[in-house]
Design a protein around this ligand. Structure first.
Ligand code: F6P
Length: 547
């Protein structure tokens, strides 16, 4: 039995330390130390993190870093980068870093240098992209393929979508990219509506080629293609696949030369850097895609080599542990002041919650400390007119990451300065808030009667002292977007190591899939005798409505 993180000396020290810092207001921390920002900010790979608006002092950081060392984080980082089997329940390494290993460091898995394997696949992707662009690989009537439809779900959808959305300013002219993920027929119907069959390329992106939603949508796309005038022989001009499962893709009708490999040492939610990114490469161009990989690699190198105290993913991860395990925070908000990054919270939900939403340790013992974090968020300033009220005045402590490009891809009048003003204003409100004396003073100064002012004041008090990170970059370039996503991937690993969970398996999603199969049979047969009364009644209602 490994030592529980809660039994580590640093954990105990942090528990004591939290009691001392709990009642200190960050306002006072800033007042007492005018240079606080200088001490608590760090930059790497084009990303700047200002973490001065956290409920920490030097002592907190020393203790958090001691916890990281006692939990063997440096060794865990080394283990990941060297290709060790860190995903023990599936007996594999977790080598998304090998997918963007731009300095070609040798990484061996079972004797094979995976860097060579990755580079060979990248070369195949680039060659295919060039053929699509030139028209050498064309639709069945010889027209160039212009609309790429990515069929995939989970990691074969969310990460790729963040990339293509974030890099919209870099899209090749004349191309369009769409996604079909959901088993809800509406997703399929609305996406194919109005598509020109002659110029549409479907990319079936599925590591397993066994995911229900993806297979059903791929079959529906094949049907649609045939109904629109294509023939079974022409399917090969319009369908390619990315998968580890070559036999299943072949059975679907995809030519082996139009298949792009994946490897079991890449987790689905960490796969956007692999051939799962083929659709993005076609639309963005190979240079942009490689720049994305370069940015991620720069962040990898930073994570691998920077001291813990200057290490962006380590700092973010340990601050998250601080709030979740010592302040009882239940969720973490990702607030992107960049419209192009509107899907980042969705992607991080999968990466974070599927990775660290675990109830047993790496050795299978049930944990008695909180793991995982509820990730949610959206874009600023939209969120300010929705959930920020709860962030500022609700009863829960919700640490937040504020993300902001200093330059806009779309300068419109003075919009960007206003966006920035709001980004900063929200953080100031989280930091300072407004106490009762200040509220009263304001109300009285406005001419309100004292009784009324006293009555109204508590409603207007904003406690402040709510922590946040400011994450900025000059502009959302491919390098920066790569670095940003990689930074979060590594943050999640840091936390998984501290919580002693396997961040790279996802057994929890399997049960729902199996139960879905059994229920589907009951819907077809109408035999609900073995089911609970609620499930049975709903199946009966569904059958009444549809059968
Ligand atoms: O949701 C579970 C999951 O296994 C994810 O981890 C994965 O990203 C997704 O399904 C899709 O899997 P695949 O790429 O194999 O279709």
């Amino acid at each position: 039995m490994s030592q529980k993180p809660t039994q580590l000396p640093a954990w105990q020290a942090l528990t004591e330390h939290q009691k001392a810092i709990e009642n200190v207001h960050m306002r006072d921390m800033f007042r007492e130390d005018p240079k606080r920002f200088n001490r608590y900010n760090v930059s790497a790979a084009g990303i700047s993190l200002d973490y001065s608006k956290n409920r920490i002092n030097d002592d907190t950081l020393t203790k958090l870093m001691a916890l990281a060392k006692e939990a063997h984080l440096p060794e865990a980082i080394e283990a990941m980068f060297s290709g060790a089997v860190i995903n023990k329940t599936e007996n594999r390494p977790a080598l998304h870093i090998a997918l963007r290993n731009r300095s070609n460091r040798e990484i061996r898995v079972s004797g094979e240098n995976v860097t060579d394997t990755v580079n060979a696949t990248l070369a195949k992707m680039k060659a295919f992209t060039a053929k699509v662009h030139s028209g050498e690989f064309a639709g069945y009537t010889g027209k160039k393929l212009r609309t790429i439809v990515n069929i995939g779900i989970g990691g074969s959808f969310l990460g790729p979508k963040v990339v293509s959305d974030a890099l919209k300013p870099y899209w090749n002219e004349g191309y369009d990219l769409k996604y079909i993920a959901n088993i809800d027929g509406t997703d399929f119907a609305e996406t194919v509506k109005g598509l020109d069959v002659e110029t549409t390329l479907f990319i079936v992106a599925s590591k397993s080629f066994g995911t229900l939603e993806t297979l059903k949508n791929a079959q529906a796309a094949r049907e649609w293609f045939l109904q629109q005038g294509g023939t079974p022989e022409q399917v090969k001009n319009h369908f390619v696949a990315v998968s580890t499962n070559i036999p299943a893709a072949t059975e679907f009708g995809i030519e082996e030369e139009n298949m792009f490999p994946m490897w079991d040492w890449v987790g689905g939610r960490y796969s956007l850097w692999s051939a799962i990114g083929l659709a993005q490469m076609i639309v963005l161009g190979t240079e942009t895609f490689e720049a994305l990989l370069q940015g991620a690699h720069d962040m990898d190198e930073h994570f691998r080599t920077a001291p813990l105290t200057e290490n962006l993913p380590v700092l973010l991860g340990m601050l998250g542990v601080w709030y979740q395990n010592f302040f009882g925070a239940e969720s973490h908000a990702v607030l992107s002041y960049d419209e192009y990054l509107q899907d980042l919270p969705n992607h991080l939900q999968q990466v974070d919650m599927e990775s660290n939403g675990k109830r047993v340790t790496r050795e299978g013992e049930v944990v008695d400390w909180q793991t995982g974090s509820v990730i949610w968020g959206g874009t600023g300033t939209n969120g300010q007119h929705a959930y920020h009220q709860l962030i500022h005045q609700g009863t829960r402590l919700i640490p937040a990451d504020y993300i902001m490009p200093l330059q806009s891809h779309n300068p419109v009048a003075d919009h960007h300065a206003w966006l920035f003003a709001n980004y900063l204003g929200q953080q100031q409100a989280m930091l300072d808030g407004k106490n009762e004396a200040e509220v009263l003073e304001e109300l009285l100064a406005s001419g309100m009667a004292e009784d009324q002012a006293k009555w109204l004041a508590p409603h207007k008090v904003i406690p402040g002292n709510r922590p946040c990170n400011s994450i900025t970059f000059t502009k959302g370039t491919p390098e920066v977007i790569g670095a940003l996503i990689a930074m979060y991937e590594h943050k999640i690993y840091v936390q998984g190591v501290i919580w002693d969970v396997n961040s790279f398996d996802q057994w929890g999603v399997q049960l729902g899939k199996l139960l879905g199969d059994a229920i589907y049979s009951a819907i077809e047969s109408g035999d609900t005798a073995t089911l609970d009364s609620s499930t049975a009644a709903q199946i009966a209602a569904f059958r009444d409505a549809n059968c």
